[in-house]
Design a protein around this ligand. Structure first.
Ligand SMILES: NC(=O)c1ccc[n+]([C@@H]2O[C@H](COP(=O)([O-])OP(=O)(O)OC[C@H]3O[C@@H](n4cnc5c(N)ncnc54)[C@H](OP(=O)(O)O)[C@@H]3O)[C@@H](O)[C@H]2O)c1
Length: 115
């Protein structure tokens, strides 16, 4: 499932998008456990991109978004290195993904709001 770093800290200009990504994160967590419990052999991996240069939100040329080729290379390398990973989080998305755990949530929320 493809969520977003915004699943973990929302962007106020895309409230519905951020909320649906948070919901998809939650759904993926439950689905992973259900499928493991049913012994299906189906693995649920959550892809957590940062801003990437694609036509989504018209940011294909934005210097604030990650070049698509760089994102794909890093994400696929992570998948190869950790085929059992629950989440694939490239370095650029890590500080957002871990904002709650690192106690930086309010700062990251304000930083994204100002971006
Ligand atoms: N780019 C980012 O910064 C970013 C960050 C975090 C997460 N994501 C997530 O990454 C995923 C891919 O996004 P992207 O950046 O690659 O965007 P994208 O380049 O705009 O691609 C979106 C894709 O979704 C398809 N699509 C759109 N509406 C659809 C619909 N109603 N039914 C079926 N297909 C539909 C489009 O098909 P057509 O080409 O036929 O229109 C296109 O292939 C999304 O889930 C997005 O939320 C992106």
């Amino acid at each position: 499932n493809v969520t977003s770093a915004l699943a973990f800290v929302p962007y106020q200009s895309t409230p519905t998008y951020s909320a649906t990504k948070a919901a998809l994160h939650s759904f993926s967590e439950s689905l992973r456990i259900q499928l493991a419990g049913a012994d299906t052999g189906v693995q649920v991996i959550e892809m957590v991109p940062p801003g990437v240069q694609t036509p989504l939100f018209g940011q294909q040329d934005s210097e604030h978004a990650m070049p698509l080729d760089d994102f794909l290379t890093e994400a696929l390398d992570l998948l190869r290195e950790k085929p059992d990973a629950k989440e694939i989080v490239v370095e650029r998305a890590r500080f957002i993904r871990d904002a709650v755990a690192t106690g930086t949530y309010d700062d990251v929320l304000a930083m994204i709001a100002g971006s």
